[in-house]
Design a protein around this ligand. Structure first.
Ligand SMILES: [Zn+2]
Length: 371
């Protein structure tokens, strides 16, 4: 390793440490990295010069000179995220910590057309102008779509919900001067939930929306097989020959655990359902018990292959309380003929596929400091 490599390594390590701890003195950095204070000063000065870190006041001192606080600049780089839904798009801007700086919904219905892409990219340009962000500050724009997407080509290969087969990142990239990335919305949402919560490193993230979605993470990273992403629990058959699923098969988890299964009419709202449930409405209670039964069976089946934590996200999870989780855990344990213990089932309130899509660029940015 030559001198330039050593300098680069020190600088990257100093940035990573400050990013992680948020408030550090030069002495603390020197002691944590086992390098000298003058070396730390040199790295900090370079990082300050680039705008990555800044002075942020002084630590309290019981005597002697107060140490300066070195803090990261969270908005040194930003990323945009766009969740493409049937009737609207949800857009967010996030900082280097994944914090949402701005979010906005636009009611533009999806169509797999050039007209739609041009319209969407116009709205994105508008958001960029509103943010007053300089071009070099925007790392990229992540898109999340309801459809299985090939990570290599970033093209939807199974997009029956939106009729989006063949929709590709290139359709959008040609209208935008920033790097773009397209991924399956469940994977993006899983990534954001993992980022925001102190979750296990191995888990199934299970989205309970009008369409069910699942994504498996192993050692903190989403797992992808050679043909499909892992964790597509929505198309696991729960009831052979049962209800029709949009995928073409019968009896899939989606047909039993979609949030729509809790509604008594097509125009019903999930919030109203939970209000009725909490008031003790017997019809809502019966519907909830049936729903939990199917959900417990689906989780049990998953546990037989991968025995990990299950994190619930999306609309239904938003309204679930600790008693609901305890009841679901009990129902999962009842399904186990082997032993009564099951891995934790938890609820994440951080469902945001747009923010998850934007995270792709934040994580890519941070990886540059790993060497
Ligand atoms: Zn299916």
């Amino acid at each position: 390793m030559n001198i330039a490599d050593v300098k680069k390594r020190n600088r990257n390590q100093v940035y990573r440490l400050v990013y992680e701890h948020k408030r550090l003195s030069k002495t603390e950095i020197a002691s944590a990295l086992r390098i000298s204070v003058p070396t730390v000063s040199q790295c900090v000065n370079e990082l300050k010069g680039d705008g990555l870190v800044a002075d942020d006041g002084f630590f309290q001192s019981s005597g002697g000179r107060k140490a300066a606080v070195i803090s990261p600049c969270p908005q040194f780089r930003l990323a945009l995220g766009v969740e493409i839904r049937k009737e609207y798009v949800h857009m967010v801007a996030i900082d280097l910590y994944g914090e949402i700086l701005k979010e906005q919904d636009f009611p533009i219905p999806f169509s797999n057309s050039d007209y739609y892409c041009a319209q969407l990219c116009n709205l994105i340009q508008g958001l960029i102008i509103d943010l007053h962000v300089r071009p070099e500050e925007l790392e990229g724009i992540g898109f999340a779509i309801q459809g299985l997407t090939d990570p290599a080509t970033q093209t939807v290969f199974f997009g029956r919900i939106l009729d989006a087969d063949g929709f590709s990142v290139e359709n959008l990239q040609k209208y935008l001067a920033f790097p773009c990335h397209l991924q399956h919305d469940t994977e993006a949402a899983a990534q954001y939930a993992i980022w925001k919560g102190a979750l296990s490193q191995d888990l199934l993230y299970l989205v309970l929306n009008p369409y069910v979605g699942g994504s498996v993470a192993i050692s903190g990273e989403l797992h992808s097989g050679p043909c499909l992403a892992s964790g597509l629990i929505e198309h696991m058959v729960l009831v052979p020959g049962g209800r029709q699923c949009y995928c073409g098969k019968r009896g899939c988890v989606d047909a039993y655990c979609s949030s729509n299964q809790l509604l008594d009419s097509p125009n019903g709202e999930i919030g109203t359902f939970f209000e009725r449930l909490r008031r003790g409405d017997t019809d809502a209670a019966a519907r909830w018990q049936t729903y939990l039964g199917y959900l417990a069976q689906a989780i049990h089946n998953y546990h037989m292959v991968l025995n990990t934590e299950v994190v619930l996200g999306g609309l239904v999870a938003k309204y679930m309380n600790q008693d609901d989780v305890a009841l679901l855990t009990e129902r999962v344990a009842e399904n186990s003929g082997i032993q009564g213990k099951v891995p934790p089932i938890t609820v994440s309130k951080h469902y945001d596929a747009a923010a998850g899509a934007a995270l792709y660029f934040i994580r890519t940015f941070l990886r540059r400091f790993e060497t």
